[in-house]
Design a protein around this ligand. Structure first.
Ligand code: CAA
Ligand code: FAD
Length: 383
């Protein structure tokens, strides 16, 4: 067993840390307040190769491993989780999905633009009546010979107002249940794609989340991903990897709050000494440090399993379940360490606390992660 990061991992982490501090941090409070999309930050992320990190250079990606990807997400999530969710969806749902299951033509036409960040992608599974219960897709894609006719509504779509490409999950054969579901590459410039209102959210406020309507959108047959009926499996397989990314986001949120709490508690004095020297505060820092280490082990191990060809379904679910709970718990504590100052925007911890909550909801709620983990347990254990 080797817990050592490679020189390349350390370099990626350093580059992401600098990027977060120098490019994401300036203006992060204002973008959050006004729900301003981080246009310049995403442009520079593309230049840095952060939008197609694990994609082969052949298709415009950076060709790095999954551990490098989670290290970069962790660092950016310490500062700006609107940037990190856009990065996460583009990398682990859209680019990974196309690279793993797209045809050569699909990769040449779409992946090359998504991995370089020329285009941003969205992953469209959730619907008003199908969130956790994802097999109950109401969106239909009816086979018309040379194309499918796509109709329905998706909601909560990250990058919904800015993405050029949607990977859309839809039902083509209701009698076949989830075996009738397909996944499609949809260009938002096609006729019939309608972008609904932008959500006004608790956290990750500068990422743009929209409802999307598809009204008789003609999707060419060659834009289906995989064999007929592969769409639900496609979504599940891709989400297994995506959940490791969201776990890394949660880990970064806890890490960001921890770093702020450690620094502040050594500066702020009460009763004649830095508050860090009151045991009640020091113990909060100890609990944070311990949970960060535990979350890190789960996240990095899940990433390692993914890149080394192991089964990471349960490992990713565990990482997300644990890291997101830690993020919620410790961002609340980081606000407490800051006292009244923690309650205002200037000190950054209240934003991290608001951002933490979403990591327990998207890419499968904590309850869904427990469904995935418990099914693994009941299939005969995990080890
Ligand atoms: N890999 C491959 N196949 C899988 C799989 C996996 N990880 N998980 C399930 N499947 C297959 C099953 O084998 C089954 O196929 P067969 O019948 O051929 O065996 C099929 O999928 C259906 O599986 P289940 O019977 O387990 O389905 P279920 O109805 O019980 O639901 C669930 C399982 C885990 C709850 C699933 O519905 C789920 O993950 N729900 C949550 C949806 C979700 O995560 N949405 C996220 C949207 S994207 C997002 O949120 C992005 C963002 O915010 C940034
Ligand atoms: P529901 O499924 O209605 O769940 C409500 C509650 O019931 C939850 O606590 C849930 O855990 C619980 N519950 C449901 N079923 C069970 C069960 N069987 N056992 C125990 N508890 C259960 N989706 C996309 O497709 N693409 C995106 O880009 C995307 N981005 C998002 C961005 C944001 C900001 C948000 C808020 C959501 C986003 N989502 C996206 C949707 C997200 O994945 C769903 O919100 C999530 O999967 C939960 O679905 P739901 O909201 O319908 O809740």
């Amino acid at each position: 067993m080797n817990f050592q990061l490679t020189e390349e991992h350390l370099a990626v982490r350093e580059a992401a840390r600098d990027f977060a501090q120098q490019i994401c941090k300036p203006g992060v409070i204002e973008r959050d307040t006004h729900m301003t999309y981080p246009t310049e930050q995403i442009r520079q992320m593309a230049e840095m190769g952060f939008l197609g990190m694990t994609v082969s250079p052949e298709y415009g990606g950076s060709g790095l491993d999954y551990i490098s990807y989670v290290l970069a997400l962790e660092e950016i999530s310490k500062v700006d989780n609107s940037c990190s969710v856009i990065m996460s969806v583009n990398n682990s749902l859209v680019c990974s999905g196309l690279e793993a299951y797209g045809t050569e033509e699909q990769k040449q036409q779409y992946l090359t633009k998504l991995a370089t960040g020329e285009w941003i992608g969205s992953f469209c599974l959730s619907e008003p009546e199908a969130g956790s219960d994802a097999t109950h897709q109401r969106t239909t894609a009816v086979d018309q010979g040379d194309h499918y006719l796509l109709n329905g509504t998706k909601n909560w779509i990250t990058s919904g107002g800015t993405s050029r490409i949607h990977l859309v999950i839809a039902q083509s054969n209701p009698e076949a249940g989830h075996h009738g579901i397909n996944a499609f590459i949809v260009d938002t410039e096609w006729e019939g794609v309608e972008i609904g209102a932008k959500e006004d959210k608790l956290g990750i406020r500068s990422s743009d989340t929209h409802t999307i309507m598809y009204n008789n959108v003609k999707v060419p047959k060659e834009n289906r991903i995989g064999a007929d009926g592969f769409g639900f499996k496609f979504a599940m397989k891709i989400l297994s990897g995506g959940r490791i990314g969201i776990a890394a986001q949660a880990l970064g949120i806890t890490g960001g709050a921890y770093e702020l709490a450690v620094a502040y508690s050594q500066e702020r004095e009460a009763f004649g000494k830095p508050i860090a020297h009151h045991q009640a505060i020091a113990f909060k820092l100890a609990d944070m440090a311990t949970d960060i280490e535990a979350a890190r082990m789960l996240v990095y191990r899940a990433a390692w399993l993914k890149q080394s060809g192991g089964n990471y379904d349960q490992a990713g679910a565990m990482a997300k379940l644990f890291a997101s709970a830690a993020a919620m718990k410790h961002t609340v504590e980081a606000v407490q360490v800051h006292g009244g100052y923690g309650y205002v925007k200037e000190y950054h911890v209240e934003r991290l606390m608001r951002d933490a909550k979403i990591t327990q909801i998207y890419e499968g709620t904590s309850e869904v992660q427990k469904i995935v983990i418990s099914r693994g347990v009941l299939k005969g254990g995990l080890y």
